[in-house]
Design a binder for this molecule. Structure first.
Ligand SMILES: [Mn+2]
Length: 323
């Protein structure tokens, strides 16, 4: 058996639940930040049974199944997606048929009849403090907290430490984290010195970037150099806490690549056209109504073209254009 899991706290805690219930087995995560199965995964899932957890990649899993790399798979997820119907895949995702689940860790806990702090760590990881306001699940989280003697602060801290692995782009660290959680209790997490150091470094980088942002009117612009995957956190901070109407964040030090990230505040959720325009310009971009992210080769011409498009579209939304 093998587990393939998402790199965030939800994927890691869900994988740990499977190890606790099914015994020790190898753990694999995709290249951090990329939703694809690379050669390393394809070469290591040649087995009787593969668990795919918290990876919103049903089509890709079906492709793997059809290529005969494994005998059977169990697919556990909570993202809204096209359900899998395949003779070799057992599909668990209540979000597509019953009620939306906040995390894969809740789905895995039900599939394996498991309850522990791992059940709620994934939900706190995916939703933050919003989880406590979600019908039914909020109360379920509080019940488990009470039974396990956990405080909210401890959960938030543990999530931060677990997520320091993917934020620092440490793929092996992510996989080791899932194994560690399969044996650890929450105090062991809170005491992991190496994770504490990683998280501190990341927090400082985020803070420095946020403080270096330039505001003009409603628009915040920030450019920084970081090998860590912090750009989305920087933009969130600027829009959610520093009250920017729109934030444009550029990371020119992302391991040989450039990252461009744009986030809009709630009043201005209409990013669709901008995403399409960047894509048509040949800039790999993903996103939704309020947010977009691009990553491309470190090339100033491409960046300037991307920024020109961003400027143009933000002006159409009524933002003052000054870049
Ligand atoms: Mn998740």
């Amino acid at each position: 058996m093998v587990v393939v899991h998402h790199w965030d706290a939800d994927g890691i805690s869900s994988a740990a639940i499977i190890l606790r219930e099914k015994g020790r087995m190898p753990l694999l995560t995709p290249p951090v930040g990329e939703f694809r199965f690379d050669e390393r995964i394809k070469n290591n899932i040649n087995s009787e049974l593969v668990y795919f957890v918290d990876l919103n990649m049903p089509e890709e899993v079906v492709k793997l199944a059809n290529s005969g790399l494994f005998a059977k798979a169990v697919f556990i997820d909570h993202h809204i997606q096209n359900p899998i119907v395949h003779r070799n895949i057992i599909y668990h995702n209540p979000s597509v048929s019953r009620v939306e689940y906040p995390s894969a860790s809740f789905v895995a806990s039900e599939v394996f009849d498991h309850t522990s702090y791992l059940t709620i760590i994934g939900a706190v990881g995916d939703l933050g403090k919003k989880i406590f306001e979600i019908e039914n699940f909020g109360e379920r989280v509080e019940k488990i907290m009470e039974a396990e003697g956990l405080k909210k602060g401890e959960l938030f801290e543990a999530v931060k430490l677990i997520d320091s692995n993917y934020l620092s782009m440490d793929r092996y660290g992510v996989e080791e984290a899932a194994f560690f959680l399969s044996k650890a209790d929450i105090d062991d997490i809170l005491e992991r010195e190496d994770w504490i150091r990683k998280a501190e470094k990341i927090e400082k980088e985020i803070k420095d970037a946020v403080n270096s942002a330039i505001f003009r009117g409603e628009v915040a612009f920030v450019s920084f150099n970081s090998s860590n995957a912090i750009v989305s956190k920087v933009a969130r901070e600027l829009v959610w806490n520093k009250k920017a109407g729109a934030c444009i964040a550029v990371n020119k030090g992302f391991n040989g690549k450039y990252q461009l990230y744009v986030r809009l505040n709630k009043k201005n959720w209409r990013m669709k056209t901008l995403i399409e325009k960047l894509k048509s310009a040949g800039i790999k971009t993903g996103g939704k109504a309020e947010v977009l992210g691009s990553v491309f080769d470190a090339n100033d011409e491409l960046l300037n073209e991307a920024l020109r498009i961003v400027r143009e579209e933000l002006a159409k939304m009524g933002f003052e254009v000054w870049l």
